[in-house]
Design a protein around this ligand. Structure first.
Ligand SMILES: C[S@@+](CC[C@H](N)C(=O)[O-])C[C@H]1O[C@@H](n2cnc3c(N)ncnc32)[C@H](O)[C@@H]1O
Length: 213
């Protein structure tokens, strides 16, 4: 598909650890009756939603929870559903998570990891184009929109952020990749979206996590 040629699918487990450390603290303090619903909106081959799934499993264990994950590329979604990865994609993943949630490949699969079924089943993959208006069955608590905005012009970036913000519950969180944010700031994206308030947190987290008012 043409989009595969235009964008990179690069991703890995625990990419930009500060985001996941921050999410971990949010999950630890979660007050909601139900576990939060999280959407990875440009999930590529799945490492991002599966990293989130590991944090959810730590926080909510066998309680009911699931994660939404989408990408425009069917090729990436297929790879995400298979959940077989070169070990090099897990360099940033804490060893305890690797041991707990991944199976180590042997023989023909030497150098690979396979995600545990228990975790795989918690992630629902679907094809979605961020450039189209988004409709979800229910609003979500958290959206990860990382390392994808860089491919769009300023007007489209703004439309995407606005579309996605309508899918967030009040007090919902939006995570944007560090590289995306520089572009966003340069393009005056934040002033266009006055509903977003940067969370009061540590400097880096504050830079890239936004909250609906
Ligand atoms: C670099 S990856 C980012 C993966 C992950 N979010 C991360 O930060 O590691 C960018 C992904 O955006 C997807 N993408 C590009 N254009 C898109 C669109 N219009 N709608 C949905 N996904 C899109 C690509 O297929 C690719 O998998």
């Amino acid at each position: 598909m043409a989009v595969d040629l235009l964008t990179t699918n690069e991703t890995y487990f625990y990419r930009e650890p500060k985001h996941f450390n921050f999410l971990q603290s949010v999950l630890a303090e979660w007050q909601g009756e139900k576990a939060p619903l999280i959407w990875s909106a440009a999930c590529s081959s799945g490492e991002e939603p599966y990293t989130i799934a590991m944090l959810m499993a730590e926080a909510f264990g066998s309680r009911p929870w699931h994660i939404l994950a989408s990408d425009i590329s069917m090729r990436m979604l297929e790879s995400a559903r298979t959940a077989l990865y070169p070990l090099s994609r897990a360099k940033e993943l804490p060893t305890s998570f690797l041991k707990k949630y991944c199976l180590k490949g042997h023989g023909d699969f030497e150098g690979y990891l396979l995600l545990e079924d228990k975790l795989k089943q918690r992630v629902q993959f679907a094809q979605r184009n961020l450039m189209e208006p988004q409709q979800l069955e229910t609003k979500v608590d958290v959206i990860f929109l990382r390392n994808v905005l860089i491919y769009f012009d300023n007007k489209t970036k703004s439309q995407i952020i606005n579309n996605l913000s309508r899918c967030l519950k009040p007090e919902g969180l939006l995570f944007i990749g560090h590289s995306d944010l520089c572009m966003a700031l340069a393009s005056n994206l934040l002033p266009l979206n006055r509903r977003y308030i940067a969370t009061k947190g540590h400097a880096h987290e504050q830079e890239c996590v936004f909250k609906t008012g």
